[in-house]
Design a binder for this molecule. Sequence first.
Ligand SMILES: C[S@@+](CC[C@H](N)C(=O)[O-])C[C@H]1O[C@@H](n2cnc3c(N)ncnc32)[C@H](O)[C@@H]1O
Ligand code: SF4
Length: 484
Amino acid sequence: MRLILEGKINKLYVQSLCMVFFRGEKFPENEQNPMGTIYVKTTESQNGINAICELTYKDKNASTSAFVEFEPCDSYERTCKCAVGKAVYLAGKELTGREAPWGILTGIRPSKVADELLSRLSYENAHKVLVEKYLLAPNKASLTLDVAKNEAEIFNKYGEDTCSLYISIPFCPTRCEYCSFISYATKKLFDLIPSYLTRLYEDIREKCKIIKELGLKLVTVYVGGGTPTTLNEEQLTSLLTVISDCVDIDSLDEFTIECGRPDTITQKKLEIIKSFGVKRISVNPQTLNDNVLLSIGRRHTVKDFYDAYKLVQNIGIDIVNTDLIAGLDGDNFESFKSTVDNIIKLNPNNVTVHSFSIKKSARILQNDSSIYEYSGDFAVSSVDYAYNELVSNGYVPYYMYRQKNTVSDLENVGYAKKGTFGIYNVLMMSDNHTVFSSGAGATTKLVKNLSINKEILRIFSPKYPYEYLQDKQDSCKAILNFFN
Ligand SMILES: C[S@@+](CC[C@H](N)C(=O)[O-])C[C@H]1O[C@@H](n2cnc3c(N)ncnc32)[C@H](O)[C@@H]1O
Ligand code: SF4
């Protein structure tokens, strides 16, 4: 699609809004015969900003305008963004006939906007602003305000003197078709695991030493991936031994290991996990539909999930999470409804409902680019059903994020029974919490001076395990420099 912008307009914002209506759309410069053109222009008057949008796509066109008044609580940039957002949104809606539940909000964390509104308005007035100014569907406005309120419980508890540690195990038994995470999933690449672990242990020791030197209080440890339980029993024991040598596990508020794939869970591995004081794990069915599990390449069946879940229940880990994905190709409203109903019967502490998102590096897209045309419309009623059922069964939405190219532009929501919120999930999304990371594909995020001139530094580890093994960057020096 060709983009023509006149005025103070953020190009990336217009592109993201276009992708809400035209999934997977690209915006190359100097494209000869583009499928569509979008022209946006802003003009300023004494009272506010006016934006016009002319959108042409294939043989259709739409022309809209939007005016947003200056308000003392909003910066010039935000007023401009709202005017542009409204004009583009209305044009997209007119041309495609589709509504987008998140209106003109395209960011990863809509609850950040809700949080800012709640700091100066009542819940009802914040809701009104989200619906009228940001064009959110009323149920999404309520969801984001509820999440913001619940997130705040965690944000307020953990100050600048606390931090978290993320440990990356980028290996999985097989690669799921929809997945874009860095993860090695072949026998040949598994040969790297021993040297990867040796390097990782050094990394964990270094990060823990720095945490102590800086006098920070480590509050959560999260071992993720990939699928950490791809490691065999011996490897899992050695990893947990290194962690427990460096960390006072009893003093942590949360210690999570993603077990994710039921086909990696055994009684023995759970005993090891339990014996090292792990407080939270994930066992993820994604869907309780065998045909879909087969087509997404997860290699496990619904029965495997139930068997693994039973082992977990018997072993008695404090908090258990299950991940689901709404809108997968091959599922439908009835089958997803049945998944939600059956998961609720198991009564896990946490349920995370993702919406199917088509990622650039996923195999599903590389094998078939027409997947962008897949609508997965039933995901809308599926996530609404999940929300209603989970809430009426005592779960609350406590964290949320959005991704690009998601069916019906939906969101990912973490639900939890009171008192069992996944603390790391919330903290890692905030720009107010330091997270140290060890391992390939992980990001260390450092924050300081929260009250005056906040500073943030992100340090990226090499993406792939083989790069990580050869990496010579001295992240410890960069960390100490930042804090001193
Ligand atoms: C970091 S992944 C790892 C979890 C674990 N390896 C597993 O697959 O069970 C966390 C979750 O993100 C969700 N997810 C991954 N790719 C997705 C996609 N393309 N669309 C929607 N959800 C996705 C899945 O629910 C997955 O369990
Ligand atoms: S979805 Fe999970 S199990 Fe599947 S490849 Fe990605 S990280 Fe591995």
